[in-house]
Design a binder for this molecule. Structure first.
Ligand code: GNR
Ligand code: NI
Length: 167
């Protein structure tokens, strides 16, 4: 097991479009488990491979209170969506920044599991938000891109300033 370093916005590598996983092998399973460990340590409720600079379509999610519901989603796709919800989001790649984003209330998701088997599930509430947030990462999109240009510029300078202090 290993903790992986997380890229921070506005790192341009976060805007890479991830490629589908061709074969679910031991290397992918190892990455999934390292990502889960990294997510739990952060702590966060989701993590996309893009955030650890591996540009393949895989995410891990656990929105339970007691870390009892780890979901590994490989090549995830939203095959149906409905309704609208507004949720205050945060992101491990944009530390300390929280803002409201409007997303679908319910989604139906199709993905491969860690054995390469296709499965589907329906999600609502925070799980639905998280799935949409993580798939955005795979498409190179960070949640702050839903905010106004003014807010995005403020967030960029705040994080740049912080990076200078921490460096
Ligand atoms: O830990 C996280 N919390 C969160 C809260 C509201 C909406 C989305 C998220 S995902 C985030 C972890 C993360 O950055 N995943 O990409
Ligand atoms: Ni995120």
């Amino acid at each position: 097991m290993a903790l992986l370093p997380i890229l921070h916005y506005p790192d341009p590598r976060l805007h890479t479009r991830a490629t589908p996983v061709a074969v679910v092998d031991d290397q992918i399973r190892q990455l999934a488990h390292d990502m889960a460990e990294t997510m739990y340590a952060a702590p966060g409720v989701g993590l996309a491979a893009s955030q650890v600079n591996v540009h393949v379509r895989m995410v891990v999610i656990d929105v339970s209170d007691d870390k009892s519901d780890l979901r590994i989603l490989i090549n995830p796709e939203i095959i149906a969506r409905d309704g609208e919800q507004e949720c205050e989001e945060g992101c491990l790649s944009v530390p300390g920044i929280y803002d409201i984003v409007k997303r679908a209330e319910r989604v139906k998701v199709r993905a491969l599991d860690e054995h390469g088997k296709t499965f589907e599930f329906e999600a609502e509430g925070l799980l639905a938000v998280c799935v949409q947030h993580e798939i955005d990462h795979l498409d190179g999109k960070v949640f702050v891109e839903y905010l106004s240009q003014l807010k995005q510029n403020r967030i960029k300078s705040k994080l740049a300033k912080r990076a200078r202090i921490t460096a």
